[in-house]
Design a protein around this ligand. Structure first.
Ligand code: CAA
Length: 258
């Protein structure tokens, strides 16, 4: 499929989506988010793809929703048909592991998009922020909900109420970012993590993601019970037998994704 605002490629079991509106610092238009959703749907349907990396340019992962596109919207219009909001669901509900590789600005919807991914690998140039307050609005793609779950209430309130940016070091310190690397290494670091994930059993990586995500949606007791059910279910997989047999036989496992 031909895309206008993103570039999509595959490398082995890894799908890569690169945001390609560099002149606008990858400001997210309805077209762009619908293309991201379409690319993810293709990756979801493709059994060869076991992990996805989402990235932007050196200057910007994404500088937020395209302000020029939405500035003249009125309430009934944006409430009844918010095309961007609908496509966010495609990212947040994507079943396979997805990593954000972030350099430069990840602001507003860009920061929210990165947080919809399973983890963020950032370069030293990355800057995160929810500057919506400076525009007379609040974050609208999950920022007020995912940011406090990720970095706690104090930092999240600070970011959302002041609109300030957080540099990559602070983002790593407070847990928004899982790995911090030099700018030139960010893509290789993300690809190497993705290749590692892609080498494991596909159903198991999806279940692992589902179990971790349950921690944010349930009580501890419910979450632990959910995890136990999923853990027990794994003993119905050939890949569990293979993984454990390979360990006992001191050889590499050959997972069959079933
Ligand atoms: N929407 C539309 N265009 C944007 C944009 C955005 N979010 N961010 C940057 N651009 C455009 C600029 O208008 C400019 O275009 P022109 O050359 O045509 O004027 C181009 O990208 C380069 O930007 P700057 O000249 O401003 O670059 P800079 O290096 O001086 O500043 C910046 C970089 C600090 C990121 C600045 O561009 C900025 O503050 N951008 C807006 C960030 C923002 O407020 N994001 C939140 C958007 S609302 C949102 O995301 C809602 C939500 O939760 C879903």
């Amino acid at each position: 499929m031909a895309y206008e605002t993103i570039e999509v490629k595959t490398e082995g079991g890894v799908g890569v989506i690169t945001l390609e509106r560099a002149k606008s610092l990858n400001a997210l238009t309805a077209k762009m988010t619908s293309e991201i959703a379409a690319a993810l749907a293709d990756f979801n349907a493709n059994d060869e793809i076991r992990c996805v990396v989402l990235t932007g340019s050196k200057k910007a992962f994404a500088a937020g929703a395209d302000i020029k596109e939405i500035k003249d919207r009125e309430y009934p219009e944006i409430y009844l048909a918010d095309p961007i909001a609908e496509t966010w669901e495609a990212v947040a509900r994507f079943r396979k592991p997805i990593i954000a590789a972030v350099s430069g600005y990840a602001l507003g919807g860009g920061c929210e998009l990165a947080m919809m991914c399973d983890f963020i690998i950032a370069s030293e140039t990355a800057k995160f922020g929810q500057p919506e307050i400076t525009l007379g609005i609040i974050p609208g793609a999950g920022g007020t909900q995912r940011l406090p779950r990720s970095i706690g209430k104090a930092k999240a309130m600070d970011m959302v109420l002041t609109g300030r940016m957080m540099d990559a070091k602070e983002a790593e310190r407070c847990g928004l970012v899982s790995r911090l690397v030099p700018e030139d290494d960010v893509m290789e670091e993300a690809m190497s993590a993705a290749r590692k994930i892609a080498s494991f059993s596909r159903p198991v990586t999806i279940m692992a993601k589902e179990a971790v995500n349950a921690a944010f949606e349930t009580t501890l007791d419910q979450g632990v019970r959910f995890e136990r059910r999923v853990f027990h279910a794994m003993f119905a997989l050939e890949d569990q037998s293979e993984g454990m047999a390979a360990f006992a036989e001191k050889r590499a496992p050959h997972f069959k994704n079933k």
